[in-house]
Design a binder for this molecule. Sequence first.
Ligand code: NHR
Ligand code: GAR
Length: 206
Amino acid sequence: MNEPVRPLPRPLVILISGTGSNMQAIVRAAQAQRWRERFGAFVAAVISNRPDAKGLAWAAGQGVPTAVVDHTVYPSREAFDTALAEAIGRYDPHGRALVLLAGFMRILTPGFVQRYAGRLLNIHPSLLPAFPGLHTHRRAIEAGCRFAGATVHQVTAELDHGPILEQAVVPILPGDTPEALAARVLTQEHLIYPRAIERWLREAGA
Ligand code: NHR
Ligand code: GAR
């Protein structure tokens, strides 16, 4: 319902820093669930802040445009974020893109977040509001948590604090290592991130 006959284009721009398995899950869901036909949504670009990110080669192999904005060559976070916004803008001529952080490891400035307000999502490997920031799996194990998980949320200026769109829960097992727990959480991330995006697109309408 409410899926228009010829929806306006909705570029999806995915930001990565590494493997890009969440990015792959999004690309596959876009194809399998016919997001272009249903929502006008298509993966317009994958952009990495690291030139050696594994996910870039996979995206290029799928025919998805890729770009690198290497944070190490910019003098400040503001300068990096300005360059990143310029790169996104090349794939977002009408300011409608949904920008998806998928294992993206650079904290974004308030100015950048403001520019994409309401259309900037992140997946974080913890059950927010527990364990914002880094090393979430080690911290959850050390805290004695019985459960961990992942959260898809809107990005706001306060790190890992935006409104929650989806969550998944996994058990923490006796003897778990951060690596074992991370792998268990990651399988759930690949389910909830596409689900959150599909719902966002459906609710955004044309
Ligand atoms: N930016 C804002 N403003 N708000 C959020 O909620 C953000 C964000 C940027 C990235 C992802 C986040 C996560 O899900 C994310 C959410 C990087 C760091 C970090 O400390 C923390 C959280 C997240 C991503 N990065 C270091 C930095 O100095 C660099 C670490 C590295 O390069 O390995 O930017 O966890
Ligand atoms: C994922 O677990 C994601 O939630 C996490 O990094 C992994 C990236 O995997 N993100 C963060 O820790 C953000 N600070 P992927 O590159 O295979 O999607």
